[in-house]
Ligand binder design. Structure first.
Ligand SMILES: [Zn+2]
Ligand SMILES: [Zn+2]
Length: 384
């Protein structure tokens, strides 16, 4: 069944709306599946497009509005979801100007300078959108005042909160602090790029929370970021690409970090990550794979709750503690290996994991596990 319904153009993209039935979605889905009940895909055709500094490119593809899947063909036979996007790499900024596209650092934002007791400028911060009307913003490495170059170091709390019309932001390495709610609810923000070797070591909470169009966040290589604030990407329902970069120093995935990031298919976790806090990935119902290194020691309560599509997870060899309801509702997960290091698993950790077989590595003692850790009696295999 295929029927061409209408033809229209969105910006430069030629789009054809058509329906294609998907046999896979007609089957009885006993797990509640990937939150996608049987439906005829509503496909829109996208032409191939090269990426620019701050906007993604695409392969030629057809995308379903309803379920978000992408296909290489109009019959919805070849699923290429996630692979249809060619991600933008950000600007190459030298002396407050991009060498590739020519965009200059934005001067119309509301900047404030901080002085020492001798009246000399020490650094500057951005506190608001000011008179800026640009959609693509490069934050400066320095702000000029009276012939002086004042280093730019901080994004104030709520500086861009609920601002409309900003599509992309480039954050230079000189920024040391990004305060609470800095970009929260930026309705049109799609892409965030950090310069390599970012000096920012920690985020405050909710920095990008509820940026409903945010798709891509690239932290650059050699980033000094160790700590993400709570709820940093919570509710970023279109977030599909998060790149912590090479030589990332990240030590933990914070509470509610990716909560309700409904589009996220996978995240490459830096090797130094030791903790996954409570609800870090809850309701990431499209995430399919997650791999942790041996550095991981603690998984918080409800950390992967509702990750209905999660098919594969590697916990490494170092996990000591797994919290209550940690994997609740991971209906697609068929196997998980509990390493010998694990001393404690909380109650109902594998609730509603109807397909799951739990493998206990040699040497695991369930003695100190919560009595209800495997309340639903998932099959347990002891590795010899
Ligand atoms: Zn669909
Ligand atoms: Zn550029």
């Amino acid at each position: 069944m295929k029927l061409i319904k209408s033809i229209f153009a969105i910006v430069t993209l030629a789009c054809i709306l058509l329906f294609a039935s998907c046999a896979n979605n007609q089957t009885d889905d006993t797990h509640g599946g990937n939150n996608e009940s049987a439906h005829d895909h509503t496909l829109v055709e996208y032409s191939a497009r090269d990426p620019e500094c701050a906007s993604n490119g695409y392969l030629h593809h057809f995308k379903c509005d309803e379920c978000g899947k992408a296909f290489s063909d109009s019959e919805a036979k070849n699923d290429i979801s996630g692979r249809e996007i060619i991600y933008a790499e950000g600007h190459k900024v030298v002396d407050n100007k991009c060498e590739v596209c020519g965009l200059k650092a934005e001067s119309n934002l509301y900047y404030r300078g901080y002085k020492n007791s001798a009246g000399e400028f020490l650094y500057s911060v951005v506190s608001g959108i000011g008179k800026c009307t640009a959609s693509d913003i490069i934050l400066p490495t320095y702000v000029s005042s009276g012939g002086e170059k004042i280093p730019f170091e901080r994004i104030d709390a709520g500086a861009f909160k609920d601002v409309k019309g900003v599509r992309s932001i480039y954050i230079p390495s000189t920024v040391k602090a990004i305060n609470q709610n800095a970009f929260r609810g930026c309705a049109d923000l799609e892409a965030v790029f950090f310069e390599d070797a970012s000096l920012c070591e920690a985020f405050s909470s909710s920095v990008f929370q509820d940026c409903k169009k945010l798709e891509i966040v690239s932290f650059g290589n050699n980033s000094n970021l160790k700590h993400l604030g709570n709820s940093v990407f919570k509710g970023c329902v279109r977030l599909s690409f998060v790149d912590f970069g090479m030589q990332s120093k990240l030590e933990g995935i914070s509470e509610y970090c990716f909560d309700s990031c409904h589009t996220l298919g996978s995240v490459s976790i830096p090797v130094g990550v030791k903790t996954v806090s409570s609800k870090a990935f809850s309701d990431c119902f499209r995430i399919r794979t997650l791999y942790f290194s041996d550095a991981l020691t603690e998984i918080g309560d409800l950390a992967f709750e509702g990750c209905e599509a999660l098919e594969a997870i590697n916990l490494g060899h170092g996990v000591i503690k797994i919290g209550n309801y940690a994997f609740s509702g991971c209906a697609s997960l068929s196997s998980v290996t509990i390493p010998a290091a694990t001393k404690n698993i909380g109650s109902y950790a594998f609730e509603k994991c109807s397909d799951l077989t739990i493998t206990l590595a040699k040497g695991v003692s369930t003695q100190n596990f919560n009595p209800y850790w495997n309340y639903y009696n998932n099959p347990v295999v002891n590795k010899e």
